[in-house]
Design a protein around this ligand. Structure first.
Ligand SMILES: NC(=O)c1ccc[n+]([C@@H]2O[C@H](COP(=O)([O-])OP(=O)(O)OC[C@H]3O[C@@H](n4cnc5c(N)ncnc54)[C@H](OP(=O)(O)O)[C@@H]3O)[C@@H](O)[C@H]2O)c1
Length: 254
């Protein structure tokens, strides 16, 4: 089966392409540096020829409000238009647990717009809501830095390893479209400030992490359970400690 992975050179995309190939599928990594640009439409008609499934794990290069909205709207519109023309039978997209509750954030308004376009299109689809990736914990600290302190709300969250995200995306991509949303998450719950503090402790000179109930997540005020998946979520196996042990020596202390 030909499966085109949009953003197939990124964190999740590159792992997903490898896993699909290991299972005997013709997985094609599509990204600007492989000649496919979903914003301009360059290379899209060619790469989608003969594809059964499109998996969109791309991300916007800029998270500025207007830029990220333009990216997800233009890219998704192009993917759905070219996909329908090519006879794609399943559009799979990666989004985030709690997205619909996070409209105060420019990034999440863009994800809401992406999901709306997919739901309104004629192509059968599966939207996957994942929790935060362990690999994103440092990025989360970076976007939550105020002066020299990291301010995070002490809410529950249930992050997961990128490897488990890619495995779940692969299983969903080769299965039937659910025409709805599937939630995936990690095996353990933490308080957000607690786990980011543990992650940053690996740095040579970690900034202080403050638990601040008024701090925002990507610009949005969130509740205790906003980022926690529901009871039907499919959970990855990799614990934070296992991920840390496997990631040792891969630049975590940078
Ligand atoms: N971070 C989290 O914790 C989290 C949690 C849940 C869901 N998600 C979702 O996961 C998705 C993927 O995240 P990620 O961290 O794996 O992303 P990433 O590593 O930043 O990769 C993004 C990919 O998108 C590609 N891309 C950028 N502009 C493109 C364009 N115009 N046309 C085609 N491809 C383009 C990039 O290609 P180049 O490298 O060539 O630019 C790259 O392959 C996002 O949609 C995000 O919302 C993230």
């Amino acid at each position: 089966m030909k499966i085109v992975v949009i953003g197939g050179t990124g964190l999740i995309g590159s792992k997903l392409v490898n896993k699909l190939r290991e299972h005997g599928h013709e997985a094609v990594a599509a990204a600007p540096n492989t000649g496919v640009n979903t914003v301009t439409g360059e290379g899209l008609a060619e790469v989608l020829k003969g594809a059964s499934v499109v998996v969109d794990v791309s991300n916007s290069p800029s998270w500025e409000d207007a830029a990220v909205l333009k990216f997800f709207e233009t890219s998704t519109r192009n993917l759905l238009t070219y996909g329908a023309a090519a006879g794609v039978g399943h559009h799979v997209a990666l989004s985030v647990v709690g997205t619909q509750l996070l409209a105060e954030s420019g990034y999440f308004r863009a994800k809401i717009a992406q999901e709306k376009l997919i739901k309104e299109s004629s192509i059968p689809y599966s939207i996957v809501h994942a929790t935060q990736f362990f690999e994103f914990l440092k990025g989360l600290a970076d976007i939550s830095t105020d002066g020299n302190k990291v301010r995070l709300p002490p809410v529950f969250f249930q992050p997961m390893a990128a490897d488990d995200v890619a495995s779940a995306m692969g299983r969903i991509a080769v299965g039937p479209p659910v025409n709805g949303t599937v939630e995936i998450g990690g095996p353990e719950q933490f308080r957000m400030d607690e786990l980011v503090r543990r992650r940053l402790a690996l740095l040579k000179d970690p900034p202080e992490v403050i638990a601040d109930p008024n701090a925002r997540y990507a610009g949005a005020k969130i509740g205790d359970k906003t980022l926690v998946p529901g009871n039907n979520a499919r959970l990855g196996e990799t614990t934070f400690e296992t991920w840390l042990a496997h990631s040792a020596g891969t630049g975590l202390a940078a």
